[in-house]
Structures are given as structure tokens and as C-alpha cells.
Design a protein around this ligand. Structure first.
Ligand code: FES
Length: 109
């Protein structure tokens, strides 16, 4: 069974914010959308570009519940990982997130 990895204290992870964590060699992007947390692999399925890892401010990459690839502009649903616009057609893997004893945690299989 995969373990839960700490992302950040819930008290330091406000609505509209995002965090990037490295789990088992994979970059994982974790988002707080209106108080609910979501996690996706931080890699565009079009050509492998990092999303949060691109070093652009998260505000420029997040539009409501979508994340925008900085390379060619594909949009993905943060809640489901679904590819929403070309040139990406393949969904991004998503991971479970929980709050445990005040810490936001992600589980990557
Ligand atoms: S690498 Fe993301 S849209 Fe091309």
C-alpha cells in the first residue's frame, strides 16, 4: 500500500494556491480549489512540459479549475485531469489527496 506524503500544512495552503512536490521521482502538482484539494502529475501529456514546474507563477497557469500548459497552451481540468483543448488529447493522471492532522497529503501509487 502506498504511503501518504506530506504536501504542506493546511493552514499554509490557501484557496487558489498550488504546490509542487516530488513523490517517488515524479513531480506532482497539488491545488486548492475553493477549499478542496486535487493532485495531478505535473507533466503535460502533449509533449511532456512541466506545468507548475515551468517556473511561471501559478496565477498565470491556473484559470478557475483548469491548468494551462505554458508550452503550447493545452488546458486540463484540475479536478479530473481531463485534457480539454488541443494539442493535448490524453488525460493527466490524478492522485488522491487528504487532510490528516492538519497536513495536506497526497498518495501516489
Ligand atoms: S507540451 Fe503542453 S501543450 Fe505542448
Amino acid at each position: 500500500m502506498s504511503e501518504w506524503i506530506d504536501v504542506a500544512p493546511e493552514s499554509e495552503f490557501g484557496e487558489g494556491q498550488a504546490r509542487l512536490v516530488l513523490v517517488n521521482g515524479m513531480d506532482v502538482a497539488v491545488f486548492n480549489l475553493d477549499g478542496d484539494y486535487y493532485a495531478i502529475e505535473d507533466r503535460c501529456t502533449h509533449d511532456g512540459s512541466p506545468l507548475l514546474g515551468s517556473d511561471l507563477p501559478a496565477e498565470e497557469l491556473i484559470d478557475a479549475d483548469q491548468v494551462i500548459c505554458p508550452r503550447h497552451g493545452a488546458r486540463f481540468c484540475i479536478r479530473t485531469g481531463a485534457a480539454l483543448t488541443p494539442p493535448a488529447y490524453e488525460d493527466i493522471p490524478i492522485f488522491p489527496v487528504r487532510v490528516n492532522q492538519g497536513n495536506v497529503q497526497v498518495q501516489v501509487a
